[in-house]
Design a protein around this ligand. Structure first.
Ligand code: NAD
Length: 276
């Protein structure tokens, strides 16, 4: 079975660098699909309250028999839960659905500037961490426009989970994160199936190495020290994506993929400024 690399977060905890995301996994199918992901060897699952599938993830965890300390489970608080009381309630609901007494990482899902400051919610997440309900805390979609307000609290996130793939590399957000030793989790690491990465630079590298374009793309993320959790409902792709941990790119390959960045024009999903 593939060995999955781990990273150390700025709070001293370790995280499997390659995991499995369940965005858009049908709640009715989630237990089966996450069970298959565990069988493939994944130990890190990324879900969110808004995905509606925490219960399925929880059932798969319970049925797996995998010791709790070998799993890394992330969930996220949704945009309509702001302030201390709501954050506490949301955390409790997620834990109940997951059937867990703690998660490994709890994230504010979006900054939602239209909904007011996220600071009270963020400070509450820090309290929930002190109480042991989550081991680590972080943010999601807090690019360079939104992370400074979080940093001003003096509570540094362990991760920032942002859209990031070869044509949208979020240089300003990643540089700011690096200054504070915040790990980047790249969501949509394969471009969510909305970008053709199978031809051109990535396709050529894949052909030379005898691997798939998805494996090259994931190996590029891993080489940069980013955390990824590609989603697939298909077992063969789960295996393929996990095996990306064994793909070695040259410095020239990495530079060629780095050069695919299109800045803001490369974004394929929502701009955090517009999500409320
Ligand atoms: P992704 O880039 O992982 O793309 C998923 C799609 O790529 C799948 O539907 C599948 O069609 C395709 N795919 C997967 N493996 C493939 C392979 N080996 N070959 C060819 N095609 C393949 O996009 P994603 O699912 O949106 O992102 C991954 C995870 O990130 C999500 O499941 C979720 O956990 C997280 N996420 C977080 C946010 C956020 O706002 N925090 C937003 C979106 C996603």
């Amino acid at each position: 079975m593939t060995t999955i690399p781990t990273l150390q977060l700025n709070d001293g905890r370790s995280i499997p660098q390659l995991g499995f995301g369940v965005f858009k996994v049908d709640p009715a199918e989630t237990e089966r699909i996450v069970t298959e992901a565990f069988e493939a060897g994944y130990r890190h699952i990324d879900t969110a309250a808004i995905y509606g599938n925490e219960e399925g993830v929880g059932r798969a965890i319970a049925a797996s028999g995998i010791p709790r300390d070998e799993l890394f489970i992330t969930t996220k608080i949704w945009n309509d839960r702001r302030g201390a009381a709501e954050a506490r309630a949301a955390m409790g609901e997620s834990l109940e659905k997951l059937g867990l007494d703690h998660v490994d990482l709890y994230l504010i899902h979006w900054p939602t500037p239209a909904n007011g400051s996220p600071v009270e919610t963020w400070e509450t997440l820090a309290e929930l961490r002190s109480e042991g309900l989550t081991t680590s805390i972080g943010v999601s979609n807090f690019d360079e426009r939104y992370l400074p307000e979080i940093l001003e609290t003096g509570i540094v996130p362990a991760v920032n989970q942002i859209e990031l793939h070869p044509q949208f590399q979020q240089r300003a957000a990643t540089e700011l994160a690096a200054q504070h030793s915040i790990a980047i989790e790249a969501w949509g690491p394969l471009g969510q199936g909305k970008v053709d990465y199978s031809s051109g630079v990535i396709g050529e590298i894949a052909e030379r190495l005898g691997v798939s374009w998805a494996q090259v793309t994931l190996a590029w993320h891993l080489a940069a020290g980013r955390i990824v959790f590609p989603k697939s409902n298909r077992r063969e792709r789960m295996d393929e994506n996990l095996a990306a941990a064994q793909v070695e790119l040259t410095a020239d390959d990495i530079a060629a993929i780095d050069a695919l960045d299109q800045g803001a024009a490369g974004r394929v999903s929502a701009d955090p400024a517009e999500v409320s």
